[in-house]
Design a protein around this ligand. Structure first.
Ligand code: MN
Length: 326
């Protein structure tokens, strides 16, 4: 996924002052963002949000579909660069073909994790394959790399077998990090959790959490209630830190959501376009390197041109407040 928003301001995120030190409820409504191009797929974005930039190391949350992609181009995200982050691609329905500059060519399918670690530099593309199911539904999430690891070699992982936490009312897939003692095989660089949680009809249960983490849930389908709060599809409910568990319930149709959590990031980060860095100069350099063809390698086989970088803001950059004003 590429960030194609018109607003090209840099976003400051991180800083321990941002995490709420106690359990809380904060509903973050999504904004709709077209992915670009004719008949573009529209995604619902909840991070970064005006009121909250990160949850643990999670710094970008896009949710899309259900969409019928049987006609037209479907999802087409031309080659574009990334630095300083990992991308977590998770499908609920349909297929996407991933290509990248370290030579990966991988079909993304529901229930399988595609994880791309950009480290110091990678480029990739995402496309609906020519032969494909009609439906498309998924999420794409970014995880910021901590300073000690953000220059790692770029690499790609495909994990078709992920641990499941199954009980009477609940079935959770541990996509990334650790949940209730179950650990995803994917490479992580900070204490973190990302899990796809399905609640059965009339579920009434608890899920154990790491009380050092801050958590949020992204509504996927149905009408799950988390700590008594209904979570609509595409909405992010921020839960704060300091929870040893959370109450979960659902109506007759059950419900599904993504649990996202992790240790609050104390480093201050700078996000612009598809780059996560630490300084304005670093972002400017990454943009120049993409435009000049250096550093980010080549994506082979994508049927189209690569994405040009948007212009940097023409006015002097004004850092956003570390703690959003309330
Ligand atoms: Mn991308």
């Amino acid at each position: 996924m590429s960030n194609l928003e018109r607003d090209t301001a840099e976003t400051r995120c991180g800083g321990a002052g941002l995490a709420t030190a106690v359990p809380t409820h904060e509903v973050l409504e999504p904004r709709e963002v077209p992915l670009g191009g004719p008949r573009a797929l529209v995604v619902r974005r909840t991070l970064p949000h005006r009121d909250r930039r990160m949850v643990g190391a999670w710094c970008f949350v896009d949710d899309y579909g259900p969409a019928d992609v049987s006609a037209g181009p479907g999802m087409q995200v031309p080659p574009h660069p990334h630095t300083g982050l990992q991308t977590v691609s998770w499908l609920l329905e349909g297929e996407i073909l991933h290509r990248d500059s370290v030579g990966s060519l991988q079909l993304v399918r529901p229930g399988e994790l595609n994880l791309m670690t950009a480290g110091r530099a990678i480029s990739h593309s995402e496309e609906s394959p020519a032969e494909r199911p009609a439906g498309l539904r998924g999420v794409q999430l970014w995880v910021a790399l901590p300073d000690a690891h953000r220059q790692v070699d770029p690499h790609f992982e495909h994990h078709p077998d992920l641990p499941r936490v199954v009980d009477r009312d609940i079935a959770a897939t541990v996509v990334f990090g650790e949940l209730a003692g179950h650990v995803s095989p994917a490479t992580t660089y900070t204490p973190i959790v990302g899990a796809d949680v399905e609640l059965g009809p009339r579920a009434d249960t608890f899920l154990p959490l790491d009380s050092d983490f801050e958590h949020a849930v992204l509504g996927l389908s149905g009408r799950p209630e988390v700590d008594g709060v209904p979570v609509a599809q595409g909405t992010l409910l921020y839960l704060g830190t300091g929870r040893r568990d959370v109450a979960l319930s659902a109506g007759d149709d059950g419900g599904r959501f993504m649990l996202l959590g992790g240790t609050p990031i104390e480093e201050e980060l700078l996000m612009w376009w598809n780059f996560v860095g630490r300084s304005h100069d670093e972002i400017v350099q990454a943009r120049e390197d993409w435009e000049s063809g250096d550093r980010f390698g080549t994506v082979v086989g994508y049927p189209g041109d690569r994405l040009p970088a948007p212009p940097l803001p023409g006015t002097p950059l004004r850092p956003r407040p570390r703690v959003p004003r309330r």
